[in-house]
Design a protein around this ligand. Structure first.
Ligand code: A2P
Length: 316
């Protein structure tokens, strides 16, 4: 399994299992199955509300002698409610308790957005904490301290743009080990990738298959399904792989980590097999020439007039 070395010296497996949207009643078995067939990296988050089951899947695999804790890499993410420096450890501990683990390999700030303490969701502008009052760098500095307590091994961010990364690095004097963002041929984010590479920040591609299992409330009516794109399908045919496998191979060919989600045993195995496929230059070029630009995941619901997180400038 290909690994990358993070800027703190720790190693991360380039391929992992995504667990966003993995339902209770399925994800425990999916995690165990993934570890059984050879996955060594599981990606989760407090807000996915399934960390207890994810942890049970990990425990099942450890108890069955499939893996040891040290052989696997577990990522989780600090939810927006825990941005106050004094709450960061609480957010981390809630995840550790749910997972039944005593450390996380990689802990990410889930969004460059803070909710007022105690607000797990946003209902009104006053539920948000303006970044001028609660700077992301203060949250990040508190996250870095968790390493000294051996609660986490590496610390990074998620959903950060170049300008937000620059500000974070300027203000905290520290460079995140990881930036996890939405990446696929409709949203290749080439400039962000180049900036991260230059800074020594590893990048994880989330929603690499287009996340078509998102709740309807998160979908635009006319959104273009990535796995059904004609170029994706025709190029995959030529490569002798499935569209999903080709998208995974594409992400790996760009030296990003990739975390496709599946709870289906056949597709879990199929996705792992994609790590052995070397994408041809022709296929890469075909994917890079796709002329559709689309972001599936957007914090649109968090855009209120007059607050920090307003409008499309969020991604600028
Ligand atoms: P399932 O869990 O039933 O396998 P993303 O990783 O971009 O969020 O995409 C997840 C979606 O892609 C889920 O609906 C998942 O369904 C589906 N999926 C995962 N692997 C494959 C595959 N190999 N072929 C087709 N669909 C897949």
């Amino acid at each position: 399994m290909k690994t990358y070395t993070l800027n703190d010296g720790n190693k991360i497996p380039a391929f992992g299992l995504g667990t966003w949207k993995s339902p209770e009643g399925e994800v425990r078995q999916a995690v165990k199955e993934a570890l059984r067939v050879g996955y060594r990296h599981i990606d989760g988050a407090w807000i996915y509300q399934n960390e207890k089951e994810v942890g049970q899947g990990i425990r099942d695999a450890i108890d069955a002698g499939i893996v040891t804790r040290e052989e696997i890499f577990v990522t989780s993410k600090l939810w927006n409610t825990f941005h106050a420096p004094d709450d960061v450890e609480t957010g981390c501990q809630e995840t550790l308790t749910a997972l039944g683990l005593d450390y996380i390999d990689l802990f990410l700030m889930h969004w460059p957005i803070a909710f007022r303490p105690g607000k797990s969701q946003h209902k009104a502008p006053e539920d948000f904490w303006p970044l001028a009052e609660m700077p992301l760098s203060k949250t990040f500095e508190a996250m870095l301290k968790l390493r000294e307590k051996n609660l986490v091994k590496s610390v990074g961010v998620s959903n950060f743009t170049v300008s937000k990364l620059k500000q974070l690095i300027d203000e905290s004097g520290a460079v995140p080990a990881m930036n996890q963002v939405e990446l696929h041929p409709y949203n290749p984010q080439t400039e962000l990738l180049a900036y991260c590479r230059e800074q020594g920040i590893c990048v994880t591609a989330y929603s690499p298959l287009g996340s078509s299992d998102r709740p309807d409330s998160m979908k635009a009516k006319d959104e273009p399904p990535l796995l059904e794109n004609e170029t994706v399908k025709a190029t995959a045919d030529k490569e002798g792989v499935t569209p999903a496998q080709m998208l995974i191979a594409w992400a790996l060919s760009r030296d990003t980590v990739v975390i496709p989600k599946s709870t289906n045993a056949g597709r879990i195995a199929q996705n792992l097999a994609a790590t052995e496929h070397n994408l041809s230059d022709e296929a890469r070029a075909a994917l890079e020439n796709i002329d559709i630009h689309y972001r599936y995941v957007s914090p649109r619901g968090w855009f209120f007039p007059g607050i920090t997180y307003e409008g499309e400038s969020f991604w600028a």
